[in-house]
Structure formats: C-alpha cells, structure tokens
Design a protein around this ligand. Structure first.
Ligand SMILES: Nc1ncnc2c1ncn2[C@@H]1O[C@H](COP(=O)(O)OP(=O)(O)O)[C@@H](O)[C@H]1O
Ligand SMILES: [Mg+2]
Length: 262
C-alpha cells in the first residue's frame, strides 16, 4: 500500500533521514520505533507531504505522491495525528470532528458560512456522520464538551476520530500513547485494533510504549540516527541485538514488552 524508497532528508547540516526504505502492507499495523531524534516524525511528515524529501520517493497505492502538497495527499486517503495534540481547544468535541469532515465535502469550511440551502443540508449530513464517528470511538457522551476540557487520553482519541472523519485508507499515528496511563493505553490499543479490523484502515504507528507496540503490531521497523537498523515481527525485533543496543537504557522496557507478548 505504501512504499517508501530511498528517502533522504536533511535540516541544515543535520541528516535526519539517510536512505530510508520501508514498505507497509495493506491491512497491517506497522510500527515505527527508535530513540528520540531517530527521524520517525520526519518520516511521517514526508509521507503526509508536510516536508519534501531531498531524494527518494513515496508511493501510495502505486502512485508517486512525493511531490504532492499535503492537502492533495489527504484527499488521496492518508490521514494523521500529531505528536503534540493539535485539537481546536475552544471548539466542542463534535465540532472538532466536523472540521475534519469538511475536508471530505465540496462546500468547504469557509463557503459554509453563507448558509445556502444546499450547504445547510450538507452541514446536517456532516453533523450526522461526525456523531457516528464519536459513537464509534466511545466519545458520544462528550459531544458538547470543549475539547480542551477532556483528559489527555480522550483528547488523543478525539484526534484519531478527527483523522477518521476524512475516511482515510492509511492512518499515521505519532506517539498516540504519550502521556497516557495504563488503562488509557489499553483502551487506545483496542480502538486502533478495531479501526484496522472493522474499517480496514492500514496503520503506521510511531510509538515509544513497547508494551503497546509489541501487542498490536504486525510488523516493526526500527530507526536509529535516520537509518533503518532492523525490521520484522515483534518477536524478531525484540531478539535483535542492534535494537537492544540502540535502546540501551530502555532495554528493560523491551524485556517488559517481550514478556507481555509471550
Ligand atoms: N523542522 C526541523 N528543523 C530542524 N531540525 C529538525 C526539524 N524536524 C526535525 N529535526 C531534527 O531531525 C532529527 C529527527 O527528528 P524527529 O523526526 O522529530 O525524530 P523522532 O520523531 O524520531 O524523535 C532530530 O535531530 C531533529 O532535531
Ligand atoms: Mg517524533
């Protein structure tokens, strides 16, 4: 579904990605892991068109998308969340989903201010669809609350809901479990699984929580200093020496993930 081929990206003198190639199979949950600064977010930014690569190409469903702007890439079916939650804090939960949904419609966010009859009909439809999404991610009882009043765990899930509103085929998640407690992380894991299984959306998961990664991923790619250092199933990656060395100090966490998986 997604083929990343020989991507290079530098910021000034800093080489953030050095010849990265990764393939993501349709229907998979693919985890991207690696220490801080490894280049994971940069890679998501390149896939979603926020940055252009210096060299290399990204293919989505066989089409080269490397030079498309992010809005076009979103319309092709790639949606994402951010490492730092980027919700509209002064809008309600429902409105946050509706904003995501406007990307999908012809009226667009601004012309809908005119309240033409066809626009109003469309707006009703957007609201109905948005309520359905909130139902799906178990946030329906929060519809009218301000997004900024939700606990962080629900904010992260709301952000996923907003990404779903564009009806993507590929969902990129940047550290969705950051700041969540164990219970919230479990719930998040269940929602990610459900999205993959029922909505058949392929998922790229950047995540530090090894327990979560090992539990829900089909395949893992490990980055370190902008390079792929390992790739395989959760079990294969946990046994890889280079990975353990890259995570020096986080070794214990890998062990914990391993125990949880077996
Ligand atoms: N916009 C940017 N400008 C300058 N340096 C950046 C920018 N984005 C990322 N970097 C640098 O690129 C490297 C990779 O960062 P990032 O992709 O955020 O890593 P990760 O998400 O794996 O922690 C880091 O050294 C980071 O400081
Ligand atoms: Mg990051």
């Amino acid at each position: 579904m997604l083929n990343i081929k020989g991507i290079w990206k530098s910021f000034g003198g800093l080489m953030a990605l050095r010849h990265i190639s990764v393939d993501v199979k349709e229907g998979d949950i693919k985890a991207l892991i690696g220490p801080n600064g490894a280049g994971k977010t940069t890679l998501l930014n390149i896939i979603s068109g926020i940055y252009q690569p210096d060299k290399g190409e990204v293919f989505f469903l066989g089409r080269n998308i490397s030079n498309l702007p992010s809005t076009k890439i979103a319309r092709k079916g790639i949606s994402r969340t951010f490492q730092h939650v980027e919700l509209f804090g002064n809008m309600t939960v429902l409105e946050n989903i509706m904003v995501g949904r406007y990307v999908k419609t012809k009226a667009g966010f601004f012309s809908s201010g005119l309240k033409m009859p066809y626009v109003m009909k469309e707006e009703k439809e957007i609201q109905r669809k948005s309520e359905e999404i909130l139902e799906y991610i178990n946030l329906a009882q929060r519809n009218d609350e301000l997004a900024s009043n939700l606990p962080i765990g629900e904010q992260r899930i709301l952000e996923i809901g907003r990404a779903l509103a564009t009806e993507p085929r590929l969902l990129l998640l940047d550290e969705p479990a950051a700041g969540l407690n164990i219970r919230e992380t479990r719930n998040l894991g269940e929602i990610i699984r459900k999205i993959r299984k029922e909505l058949r959306i392929t998922i790229v998961l950047v995540e530090h929580d090894m327990e979560l990664v090992m539990r829900i991923s089909d395949s893992i790619t490990v980055l370190n200093f902008g390079e792929v250092i390992a790739e395989g199933t959760p079990l294969e990656v946990q046994k890889n020496r280079e990975v353990i060395v890259a995570y020096l100090g986080e070794e214990e966490e890998i062990q914990r993930g391993y125990n949880a998986h077996t």
